[in-house]
Design a protein. Structure first.
Length: 424
């Protein structure tokens, strides 16, 4: 009797709790669908720069949705996923290295594994790839949302791999080759030694710092310059749009401007007669002569030199240091700024453009944390992302004042400063 009562009570409890479970599932599903919908609304269409309200809303939705998905995902699944993410990164790199997206695009938009193999073997020049391994890679890439696998065993591109097309206006193919390539894997592995030595992963691997090594390894210099140019091309529209005072510049000097991609985009955005000067190392300027083509390239003067030695007087009214100070110790960064202080005339401006720590939303700060670890691996051992207060102190201590910060929708901050009349 007692047993039958217990069984009956248990059955009743299960029956009563079932609607609650169903309601819970519905609520969770609805929240997930709403988050996805809001995320899509906030970022679509991806080809356009979102307005500040949409950008801010997107950041909040991203943060909420990501925290929600992490909360419901089992902890062991999260750990396993993180442990294997370097394999996903390698799959991304191999697709970029073998130009698989370009070959699929050239082949009509959808190819079988066998057709992709024939195209790769013909185009790569590295010898035939293994068919079985290639098919397994393509199948895995489809699960990573890098390819779409159709019923007829054909593979086509997704919005992600469209960004690996060489001719895409926002192509990240070279960026992927730089940070997910064979050298990158070895360098990042060396971080397990860096944590004890305090030296960068690059120095642990090559016994020299990145900037020194690039001067003797031309092929790596080309990969580095092209990867940095991809990043500049992607982030430049938001940086330029969120600093409208570029329009008042007559002559812009980009100090350490690489191939000149960022400077060219500024001149293209403001189609009237702004002049540009791109100053970088001789080997970089040689590459820039081949890279800078098309619209407004004739408005840019390329000057070879080394800001560690001397910065010429260009007569510019606007000087740019983008992603430069982060590569140097406080002492060396101060030395660069002091040289610039001798060149920048009173009344003209200096723009320090960097990812500044602790200034953005959760998604931005996560990207900055990843970039800071990437700098530990690649950049000189003393390089790091700084806070706004640290940059303000550096600038004030080297003769610049009236600092004003502009935050951008690219995750970068622009610190605008002017020479003080009586520098320290």
């Amino acid at each position: 009797m007692h047993g039958s009562v217990t069984a009956s009570a248990t059955k009743e409890m299960k029956t009563q709790s079932l609607p609650f479970k169903i309601r819970t599932v519905h609520v969770v599903a609805a929240l997930g669908a709403l988050s996805v919908l809001l995320g899509y609304i906030c970022v679509a269409p991806p080809s356009e720069l979102p307005s500040w309200p949409r950008y801010s809303l997107n950041a909040k939705v991203w943060q909420s949705f990501e925290k929600w998905t992490q909360h419901v995902k089992p902890h062991h699944v999260r750990i396993v996923t993180m442990a294997l993410q370097h394999i996903e990164s390698r799959a991304l790199y191999i697709l970029a290295f073998l130009r698989v997206p370009d070959l699929i695009d050239a082949g009509g938009g959808a190819l079988t594994c066998e057709e992709i193999k024939m195209a790769v073997d013909k185009a790569s020049g590295y010898g035939p790839v293994n068919l079985q391994f290639l098919c397994r890679l393509l199948h895995a890439a489809a699960h990573f949302d890098l390819l779409k696998e159709a019923d007829e065993e054909k593979y086509s591109l997704t919005p992600l791999t469209e960004l690996l097309l060489s001719n895409h206006p926002k192509s990240l193919r070279q960026f992927v080759k730089l940070y997910s390539g064979d050298e990158a894997l070895v360098i990042s592995t060396a971080l397990s030694r860096s944590i004890f030595s305090g030296e960068s992963g690059f120095k642990e691997t090559y016994r020299r710092e990145l900037l020194d090594y690039l001067q003797v390894d031309i092929s790596l210099q080309e990969i580095y310059d092209a990867g940095v140019a991809d990043d500049a091309r992607l982030t430049a529209p938001a940086i330029i749009a969120d600093y409208p005072s570029f329009s008042s510049c007559k002559h812009i000097c980009d100090i350490g401007g690489g191939l000149g991609s960022f400077l060219q985009q500024i001149l293209a955005y403001y189609s009237f007669g702004i002049k540009g000067t791109n100053f970088d190392l001789p080997e970089v300027i040689r590459s820039a002569r081949d890279f800078l083509k098309g619209e407004h390239a004739d408005q840019i003067t390329l000057v070879a030199g080394n800001f560690s030695d001397n910065i010429p007087t260009f007569g510019c009214d606007c000087y740019i240091l983008k992603d430069i100070l982060q590569n140097w110790s406080d002492e060396d960064a101060a030395g660069i700024l002091k040289k610039l202080r001798k060149v920048v005339a009173v009344g003209n401006r200096l723009l320090v453009i960097e990812r500044v720590m602790h200034t953005g939303s959760y998604p931005e700060e996560r990207v900055k944390a990843l970039m800071d670890l990437t700098m530990m691996a690649f950049n000189p051992s003393h390089s790091r992302l700084r806070s706004q207060e640290e940059l303000f102190y550096l600038l004030e201590d080297t003769g610049f004042g009236d600092a004003q910060t502009y935050h951008t929708r690219a995750g970068f901050s622009i610190i605008e400063v002017y020479p003080t009349i009586h520098p320290k």
